[in-house]
Design a protein around this ligand. Structure first.
Ligand SMILES: Nc1ccccc1-c1cnco1
Length: 257
């Protein structure tokens, strides 16, 4: 069955970018079942209100739990407040993903984990966030809830984070990428090093040339040069990654070249 992706947002148009290229084709090929929902469809009032002032005071607005509860019950297929469940049998792995600056950091490992789910529901919060009881309610109800940050910077809402998470996860779904080979050799995955610099023709460009080793046919030397470039780049740009390097893995990478 295709990976089902539901996104709930007050800016559904923001997610239209997902209909392009990779994800669009995968959806067209039935590998992914992407549905975007306007949260306001579940509002009760004429003004279609989704937020209110923070309890305890303070600036900004908080998104209401009652509106989110109705939306997520339906999208998760859960029976609540009188509506029968539509969750498919046998029970599949559902994950409620809530982008938030206060979340656990989303990494390639997280993407690999989420790619193994059957159904991802992404709740995109705006303003100061979604009432904390929403995550609490669904956790208590036994739903796998993942509050995820895509990095330490401030966005206006979860939509951009949702696009990032969906792209990183969807490309891991078998069949979505044309050439599965490219999924393996990538930054942040090969022996914990950054990707080496890449070059192509013309060999000389504005009097700049790549390391001549790359122009020879000695694949062993090319591989060693690339590993050295990856190590140097990682040491300069990501000292945090160098500390986490497992020397045994490095030796393995060494032996592999
Ligand atoms: N800043 C935000 C505001 C709203 C929803 C998500 C975020 C976020 C997610 N990852 C980093 O920031």
């Amino acid at each position: 069955a295709p990976l089902r992706l539901d996104v709930v947002t007050i800016f559904p148009d923001y997610l239209r970018v997902l209909n392009l290229s990779l994800i669009g084709r995968a959806a067209a090929e039935g590998l992914i079942d992407l549905r975007v929902h306007d949260l306001r469809a579940w509002t009760h009032d004429r003004h279609r209100t989704v937020d209110d002032t923070p309890l305890g005071g303070g600036p900004g607005m908080v998104m209401r739990p009652d509106v989110w509860g109705l939306a997520l019950d339906e999208v998760l297929g859960r029976e609540e407040e009188g509506r029968p469940a539509t969750a498919p049998e046998p029970p599949r792995r559902q994950v409620l993903v809530m982008p938030t600056p206060a979340g656990e950091v989303f990494t390639q490992r997280t993407a690999e984990d989420l790619a193994g789910a059957d159904h991802l529901v992404l709740a995109c919060g705006r303003y100061e966030g979604i009432d904390a009881r929403v995550a609490e309610h669904y956790r208590e109800a036994g739903v796998e809830v993942r509050e995820l940050s895509i990095g330490d910077y401030v966005l206006n809402g979860g939509e951009a984070a949702a696009v990032v998470i969906i792209e990183a996860v969807a490309r891991l779904v078998p069949g979505v990428l044309g050439n599965p080979g490219s999924v393996v050799e990538e930054s942040h995955s090969r022996a914990g090093l950054l990707e080496h610099p890449v070059y192509t023709r013309p060999v000389t460009w504005r009097s700049l040339e790549p390391d001549p080793v790359l122009l020879g046919g000695d694949h062993g030397r090319v591989a060693r040069t690339r590993r050295d470039q990856a190590l140097l780049r990682t040491a300069v740009r990501r000292p945090d990654m160098v500390e986490r390097l497992d020397p045994a893995e490095l030796d393995a990478a060494d032996r592999a070249v």
